[in-house]
Write a new protein. Sequence first.
Length: 357
Amino acid sequence: MKVSLAAAVSIASVSRRFGAVQALDNVSLEIAQGEIACLVGQSGCGKSTLLRAIAGVEDIDSGALALYGHPVTASDVFVEPENRNIGFMFQDYALFPHLTARQNILFGLRKLGRKVAGERTDQTLDRLGIAALADRYPHMLSGGEQQRVALARALAPQPQVMLMDEPFSNLDSRLRDTIRQETVSVLRSLGTTAIIVTHDPEEALSLGDKVVLMRKGKVIETGTGDAIYTYPQTAYAAEFFSRVNRIPARRSGDWLDSPLGRFAAPCGSSGPVFLYVRPQAVVLDEAGIAAKVTRRVLLGEIEEVTLAVEGLADPLVMRTSERCGVSIGGDVRIGVNPDHVLVFADDESARAALPRG
C-alpha cells in the first residue's frame, strides 16, 4: 500500500465500513501543496468520513494516508490527531461559549509560550479583519462573525492542512458568497492546503482547484471545476452539477436521431444512447422543432420555460437570461446548440461519456 511522497495529502486505497454500510470504498486521491480541494456529493456519500479519517478521528479498515510524505495512518502506523499539524473547522464552528473570541483562538495555541501565543493571536485577528471582535463571546457574534472566529482559531496554529466540514452551510445565501470569497482569499494568501466538504455543486465548482465527486463511498470523478462541469466523464457527474434534459437517441450512420433532431454521433455510440441537453442549450428557433409552452417561471436573472415536445415523454426545460416573451399554451419552435450536448451510453452500468468523433 503506497502513498505519494510528493503530495500534501495522499490517500491510497482507503476503505471504511459501518456495519452493512460501506462508507469508504477503496478511495485513492492526491492533493498538491497549496491546493484547495472540494469533496462534494449527496448526504451519506462518504465525504465527511474521509475528512475525519484524514484528521485521524475516524479509523479506517484498510489503506493508508500520508501528509506531506509522512505516513499518518497505515497498517503499522497511526499518528495521533494532535500531532498531524492539521486544522479542523466544524460545521457548527464548535466555539467555546464561555470564552471570548480571543480566548477561543488562544486555546489552540496552548503549546506556545504566552508571549508567542498572544502575538500569533493578534496577527490572526488582524489578518482576518476581526480584531474588533476579540473580546466578544460567541453568543454576541453573528453567524458570519462566528465563522470568521472559527477560521481564525483553526488557522492560528499554522497547520499544513486545513480540513473544513460544510463551513458555510449555516450562513444565509447573501452572506455565504462573501464569506466563501474571504475564506479562500485567506487560505491562498497563506498557501494553506485545504480540503472542504460540501453538498453544494455550485460551491464546489466555485471554490475548488480540484473537485472530487463522491457517491456511495467511491470517488466517481475528479478534476478542475471547469473540466468536470464542461466535460463530465459520467452521466452521474453531468446530472449532479447541472440540471439536464435526458433525451433518448439512436445511431443512424454518422448521426444520432432524436425527438430534438439529428446530432453528430460520437465514437462508440452503437445502439441506443441518451443525449444530455442542458437547459441553456435550448433556444427559440423559427426553423426548429415544434413545441408547446406548458410553464414559465421567472428565477431572477434567469427565465425557465417548460415545453412539451412530440416524442418526448418528459417535458423539456429551457433556461435563458433573456426574456422570451412566450405565453403558457403558446406554440413555439426550438433548436439545440450541438456544442452543449453530452452523449452517454444507454446501459446504466456503462453510462460514461462517449468520445466525440
